[in-house]
Write a protein that binds this ligand. Sequence first.
Ligand code: NAG
Ligand code: NAG
Ligand code: NAG
Ligand code: NAG
Ligand code: NAG
Length: 374
Amino acid sequence: LSLCFYLFLCFSTSLPLIMLLRAVQAENVTVLEGGTAQISCRLQNYDGSIVVIQNPRRQTLFFNGTRALKDDRFQMVLFTPRLVRITLTNVSVSDEGGYFCQLYTDDTHHQVATLSVSVPPDTPTVEVELTCLSPRSKPPATLRWIRDRREIPGVVSQQENGKTVSVSSTIRLPVERKDNGAAVSCEASHPALGGQKRVRHYRLDVHFAPTVRIIPPPDILREGDSLSLTCSITGNPLPRDVQWTRINDTLPERAEISGTTLQVSRLSQSHNGTYLCQAQNNYGRAADHYTLLVYDPGAVIETHSAVPYAVIGGVLALLVFTIICVLIITIWCSVRQKGSYLTHEASGLDEHGEVQEAFLNGNEASQGKKEYLL
Ligand SMILES: *[C@@H]1O[C@H](CO)[C@@H](O)[C@H](O)[C@H]1NC(C)=O
Ligand SMILES: *[C@@H]1O[C@H](CO)[C@@H](O)[C@H](O)[C@H]1NC(C)=O
Ligand SMILES: *[C@@H]1O[C@H](CO)[C@@H](O)[C@H](O)[C@H]1NC(C)=O
Ligand SMILES: *[C@@H]1O[C@H](CO)[C@@H](O)[C@H](O)[C@H]1NC(C)=O
Ligand SMILES: *[C@@H]1O[C@H](CO)[C@@H](O)[C@H](O)[C@H]1NC(C)=O
C-alpha cells in the first residue's frame, strides 16, 4: 500500500496528468454467450505509468499487465504505448457491463468499454396443454393423467356447482415428432365406483413436415442391370406420394414408379444422372438425391480387378510382415538359447541355486549342501 501511495504521489507530483486517457466511451463490444470478447483501451502520449483495467464491479483485473484478479478467462494480449487489449473467453451474461481503463495516476479520467452479451435461442420447444374435465361428481372425483403407465402430475382445480363439483386437471406436455401417436389417458376415480375407474384415452397427433431419404442400391451398377431406388419418407400427415425426377433431364423411358420406389430395368450409360425424390405435406417439402453412374461391363471388370490388386497388395504386405516377424523371433530365440546355454555351461551357478534353495528350506539340509559346495 505504501508503495502504491508512494507511486501515486510520485506520479501525481512529477507527471501531473499530462497524458490523459481520453475520457470517452471506448468501443462497445457485443459477444455471443460462450464466445471471446476483446476489450481495448487506447492510450495517448503514454508515458509508462501504470495502466489499471477493472471489471464492472470495479475489481482490478490487470495492474499494468500483471493479473490482479484470479480469473484465467482474462488474458492481456496486447500492451503497446498506443493500445492495451485484453480478451475474455467463455463470456457469460454476468460479465456484462462497463470495463474501465485508467492510469493509476489519474482516477478522474477513464475509458469505459461496454460489454454486451447476446444469447441466441435454442431451437424452441412446443408444449401442448391438455385439460381433463369431470363436470359433475359428488364428492369430487380424483383425476389422474397417465402416459406410458406413469402418472403425470397435473394442476387440479375444483369448482362447486350447486351440490356437485366440477374437477379439472391440466398438464403441459412438450411435444416433438417422436411423440406423434403417443397414448395419454385421464382416469377418474371415485368412492362410488369402488376400485373401478372411468378412463378417457387420447392419442397425440403431432403434425410435422416430411423427411425424405433415398435408400441407395448396394452395388456398382453396370449396363444391363436394373436399378431400384426406394424413397423412405416420414411426415404427419404422411405425404401421399413422392415425386421422382432426374435433374436437368427427364426420367428414363423405362422408369417405373410404384409407391415410393423407382425402378429402371436394363440400365445404360444414358441413365447416368442425379435422381431426386421429393415429398410434401401442408407443413413443408423435403428432397433427397442419388447420383447414378452406370459403368460399362469392361470398366466394371477393371473396377472389380482393382479390388483383387488391393487384396494382393495386402497379402504381400502381410507376407513381408510375417517374414520380418519370423526373422526377429528366430534371432531372438537364437540369442536366448545361446544365453541359456551359457548358463548351463556355468553349471556351478545352478548348484549354487540349489544351495540357496536348500538353505531356505531348512537348516540341516542347507548344512549338507553347504558342505558339498565347499
Ligand atoms: C456504448 O454503450 C454505452 C452504454 O450502452 C453508450 O452510452 C455509448 O454511447 C456506446 N458507445 C459507443 C461508441 O457506441
Ligand atoms: C507498465 O507497463 C508498460 C508496458 O509493459 C511499461 O512500459 C511501463 O514501464 C510499466 N510501468 C510501470 C510503472 O511499471
Ligand atoms: C463456460 O462457462 C460456463 C458457466 O458460465 C461453464 O459451465 C462452462 O464449463 C465453461 N466452459 C468452458 C469451456 O470453460
Ligand atoms: C443442371 O444444369 C445447370 C445449368 O445448366 C448446371 O449449373 C447444373 O450443375 C446442372 N445440374 C446437374 C446436377 O447436372
Ligand atoms: C456414365 O458414368 C460412367 C461412370 O462414371 C462413365 O464412365 C460414363 O462415361 C458415363 N456415361 C455417360 C454417357 O455420361
